[in-house]
Design a protein around this ligand. Structure first.
Ligand code: ADP
Length: 419
């Protein structure tokens, strides 16, 4: 299976989101954690998950180039730089500097930039990014702690981050389809533009943009724009039909859920699970000690582990409880304490025969994945939008990593009916 698409994602859950999109459109896809340090696995697409969204730009560039090198050495025919659908960045980067460096490495002079993801409410019109009905700078993103987005005009935003200049392929052209988009991009490139922000309001637009960019060495955008790319490889006879793209090895072992997200969605999912499965809510305030919490949780699981109904172990708490712990030990220490505890719980669960594990929370997932020594995730079918089952190696277990806000109320039960 020759590698076709080599992807570099600037954060962990964004990488999974992209990988899931590619699988859904028929590419066998593996997510690799961090810059690859050995031979790459067999796949149609590989997504290297970096943590480069908010690191210093020089670091993000160096890591992205190292990832690109590994992907190109493995034979990737096209590179994809994945960033957030809300274009999370600052005037210092990292989208512009990373894209500039990748273009230079590829000896290319032009790339499109399209973070639109209509299914999640992200659309671009006249270069302006909307989140739902709101312009980006009135969507709440203007208050983001790390990457406040105060200008909704992506032509200007990207323009401030790159040494090159930025043009626009507007809605009226995108509406006319792939040929018109391709012509417009060619004119912009010939006119000396390094990037084009491309408007997109519907999935049909994304598919047409993907088709128009079939010959581009580099594509940049959100996971939405990836939906048109598998068809390009199929049209060139490089990608066979893969009805088994989402197949994973058979699931084995006991079921469990570990939750560290305190989002409203996750709290609702824990509430739902209480009526259907054994749920342990850790009292972190009473026992502010990671090892002791983990020991408590693991002894509670005795006699409860089975292969049908999960045990649910949650540190998740409503805002007043979170605030109380933060007041007691400090905000960062509170987060780290809970992450250490849950990572140790996950390790203990796997040691006790858990082979199917759902983790709720982005940071929590990061802590669990590194505690389990996971190097890569083969991506399977989606449980709910944006959350696929994966097969984690070398751990050899099934993992579903749920970003806090994702998933329906019955997610913790439903997940195990899917694997
Ligand atoms: P999300 O995806 O919802 O943002 P994360 O796992 O990324 O979830 O972040 C949740 C953070 O809250 C983690 O750092 C976690 O350790 C912390 N946390 C979880 N439970 C508690 C709690 N009871 N008190 C304080 N912090 C908590």
């Amino acid at each position: 299976m020759p590698l076709l698409l080599g992807c570099i994602a600037d954060d962990f859950t964004g990488a999974t989101d992209l990988a899931s999109m590619l699988v859904k459109h028929g590419m066998a896809t593996v997510q690799v954690i961090g810059v690859p340090d050995g031979p790459l696995p067999e796949a149609d697409a590989i997504v290297v998950a970096l943590k480069s969204r908010t690191t210093p730009a020089a670091e993000a560039v160096a890591e992205s180039l190292a990832a690109a090198e590994a992907l190109l050495a493995a034979g990737a025919k096209q590179l994809f730089f994945k960033y957030c659908s809300t274009f999370d960045s600052t005037d210092a980067g990292n989208i512009g500097p990373v894209a500039d460096a990748l273009l230079k490495r590829l000896g290319a002079g032009f790339a499109l930039a399209c973070p639109a993801f209509p299914a999640n409410g992200r659309s671009i019109y006249q270069g302006h990014l909307f989140a739902g009905a709101h312009l980006l700078n009135e969507s709440g993103m203007e208050n983001h702690p790390l990457t406040p987005m105060r200008d909704p005009n992506l032509v200007r935003v990207l323009g401030r981050q790159t040494e090159g200049s930025v043009g626009l392929v507007p809605f009226a052209v995108v509406e006319q389809g792939a040929h018109a988009i391709r012509d417009a991009m060619t004119r912009l490139a010939e006119g000396g533009r390094r990037y084009a922000i491309v408007d997109a309001v519907t999935d049909a637009h994304l598919v047409a943009i993907g088709e128009a960019a079939a010959s581009h060495p580099l594509i940049t955008g959100g996971s939405g724009i990836a939906m048109g790319l598998p068809a390009n490889f199929r049209a060139r006879g490089l990608l066979p039909l893969r009805p088994d793209a989402a197949d994973l090895p058979p699931a084995k072992g006991f079921c469990a859920v570990v939750a560290g997200s305190c989002s409203r969605a996750t709290l609702g999912q824990i509430g739902f699970a209480r009526d259907h499965a054994p749920v342990l809510e850790l009292d972190v305030l009473a026992t502010p000690d990671a090892a002791a919490l983990a020991a408590q949780a693991l002894s509670w699981t005795e006699g409860k582990l089975n292969a049908e109904t999960p045990v649910v172990i949650a540190a998740s708490a409503p805002p007043e409880k979170v605030a109380a712990l933060q007041a007691k030990v400090g905000r960062d220490a509170a987060g780290a304490l809970v992450e250490h505890a849950l990572a140790a719980v996950a390790q203990g669960l796997v040691a006790r025969g858990v082979g199917r594990l759902v983790v709720a929370g982005g940071e929590t997932s990061g802590a669990v994945v590194s505690a389990l020594g996971v190097r890569q995730l083969r991506i399977g079918a989606e449980i709910d939008p944006g959350v696929p089952w994966t097969f984690a190696e070398p751990a050899g277990i099934h993992l579903a990593l749920k970003s806090g806000n994702f998933g329906a109320r019955d997610f913790f039960l439903k997940a195990f009916a899917h694997v």
